[in-house]
Design a protein around this ligand. Structure first.
Ligand code: ZN
Ligand code: ZN
Length: 172
């Protein structure tokens, strides 16, 4: 699979500062959307991951799962967004799509294991996933949200994790 080398901001070890590094992103497949990242919130999970507080960080680690940006490329079967649209990505970038949870729009409870935006394994490349502290991201359209163009994009970013964390218990 073809990849593009891009700039990211990540860390190589729990006791190392974040620094600029290069990572590979896959080129869009039929269902993928490529997003130029404009804003990315800083979640405390990013810090826990960078510092290996949960003991499962894959290094180098590129955090960031409150992502907002502009669509720069779409795969041939993408219907949800077009080039130029504003888009957002949260904590998940994939799941099995077949289990009882996934078929009920509860991918976060995927019985076969979801794919996190960072510190997971990319099903296409078989390499670790890297988050939004980077120039761009490539994500299946099922896990991309369309952002209305009249919103303040910097303010939208935290909705993708911090916002949903608050909203979810109020709703359910
Ligand atoms: Zn978070
Ligand atoms: Zn599933």
């Amino acid at each position: 699979m073809k990849t593009t080398n891009i700039k990211a901001f990540g860390t190589e070890a729990a006791d190392k500062s974040l620094k600029q590094m290069n990572i590979d992103r896959r080129e869009v497949t039929a269902k993928d959307i490529e997003i130029e990242i404009l804003y990315c919130g800083v979640c405390h999970s990013d810090l826990h991951t960078a510092r290996n507080d949960w003991g499962m960080t894959i290094y180098p680690a590129v955090p960031g799962h409150e992502i907002v940006g502009k669509v720069t490329s779409v795969g041939s079967e993408v219907t949800k967004l077009r080039v130029g649209d504003f888009a957002a990505v949260g904590c998940l970038v994939d799941s099995c799509r077949e289990c009882e949870s996934c078929t009920h729009d509860l991918e976060q409870y995927c019985l076969n294991g979801w794919t996190g935006t960072y510190n997971s394994m990319d099903k296409h490349l078989g390499t670790p996933t890297y988050g939004g502290y980077s120039e761009k991201v490539v994500v299946d359209e099922h896990f991309v949200l369309k952002v209305p163009s009249n919103l303040d994009l910097a303010a939208v970013a935290p909705l993708l994790c911090a916002g949903i964390t608050t909203w979810s218990p109020l709703i359910f």
